[in-house]
Design a protein. Structure first.
Length: 87
């Protein structure tokens, strides 16, 4: 989880941010399965993990599609340059 947080702080590229967020979500899924195992309800933890996995995949695909559109229209994926467009 520390690797994901470090990457979130360091990365400025939109596509890399989506990938780092995926790493963080995978750690949350691992925690869900581990919590289910610890409480003796392995099936519940696994079913919650699969549900989160499906929802997260949809979010990642939409995020990557938006990043591609931003790149095509504005020519950059750098978050700092994109935030300057508001001014």
């Amino acid at each position: 989880m520390g690797i994901g947080l470090y990457g979130l702080l360091i990365t400025r590229n939109l596509i890399k941010l989506v990938i780092v967020l995926q790493v963080l979500v995978k750690m949350a899924l691992l925690a869900l399965v581990a919590a289910g195992y610890a409480t003796g309800q392995v099936n519940l933890g696994q079913s919650l993990a699969v549900t989160v996995l499906v929802a997260d995949t949809v979010v990642a695909v939409i995020g990557l599609a938006l990043a591609v559109q931003v790149r095509q229209r504005l020519g950059t994926l750098d978050v700092t340059q994109l935030s300057e467009l508001r001014k």
